[in-house]
Design a binder for this molecule. Sequence first.
Ligand SMILES: [Zn+2]
Length: 451
Amino acid sequence: MKRRQLLMKGGGLVLLLTARDIAFGATIVAVRVWPAEDYTRVTIESDALLAARHFVTGSPQRLVIDVEGLELSPELRELVGKVKSDDPYIQGVRVGQNLPRVVRLVFDLKQAIAPQVFTLEPVAAYQHRLVFDLHPVRERDPLLALIQEKAAADRAAEAATPSDRAASDVNDALGEFIGRMGQPRPPAPAAPPAGPAAPPPMASASVPERGIRATERLIVVALDPGHGGEDPGAVGPTGLKEKDVVLQVAQRLRERINALPRMRAMMTRDADFFVPLHERVRKARRVQADLFISIHADAFLNPNARGASVFALSQSGASSAAARWMAQKENAADLVGGVNVKVKDASVTRALLDMSTTAQIKDSLKLGSEVLSHIGKVGRLHKAQVEQAGFAVLKAPDIPSILVETAFISNPGEEAKLRSAEYQEELVNALVSGITRYFAKNPPLARNRAL
Ligand SMILES: [Zn+2]
């Protein structure tokens, strides 16, 4: 009891553990740092459960973490060298034995953070993990980021070929985006000042006609490279990691989509860090994506398994035992990647995502068929139909969503293909064809739904 009070007094208590629960003399197995714009994660892996308390100081900005039951070890000292100079959050880290059996880590910060400190049970190849997630105090607005990217790209294009037409397209795109953010559109060109007798301006007068025509609005495609960070996904016979190859494919696909008129890709991750499954869906919904495409390259027990498959959500059981197995495997990503289950927002989002709709699945199947038929032209298909199962990442109730297993990374031949730029380009061509074909047959509607 005394111990608890002592910890409570520290203010930054994370784990309420009695002395008995904490293994003294834990050995550090590894320390890892995953820097990203979204958040930077630091993981300390050990052979026994570690307890930590933390506090943040304002000036200078620091995160101080005391890890109990630990002696300073060479593995812990390695942490100092693992922080990269371009880490968005961490300036540097110092490690020292603060008290006997208490190691203190001091992170000098580049900006104010809202830290999450939590532990993960042993899973997959990992032993106990103590995790520090350094989130920004204020979350970056993804829609704003997309607008800024789009505007910058259009400015660059305009500089290359100056024309009034290009400028007007940019304004329309921005007007559309701003309209979707629930904020006023840019004002119409200034009208002469109204005299006392003039009629009051109509509300619709400030909405440019072109901006609300369905076919002229910007189409947003959410690209979701699976896994990342602590979660490598499947690993091929020569060591190629699913998380790396799907990021490469998604980056290539983004380039192609962004080059298409009035289309923009949003990536759920653009670096090697883990994004929880519900967070991937939330990111797509925050930009009101028109499509969600999750990209994977998985493994099967049988190394001869090969070919691509496309999956959609199912409301009533899986379409095959293999589809169910694949969904269970993908849904386990959160356990391996590491999610702080105590975050309240996350559970709210998860509850919301259980409201999947029949309409979404119908559109997802249409999209899946288009993609599948084009992938079938560049490579072998594992299954000729779109399969269905309860994939957590496909649960946006209002966004057609598919999961593409590009190939089996466990198959030596397919691992080699996945590694090659040529095959990645062929895959991307097939995906772009499938996506554009889907939009040709199912033109996106004017955007008037509420989030
Ligand atoms: Zn996967």
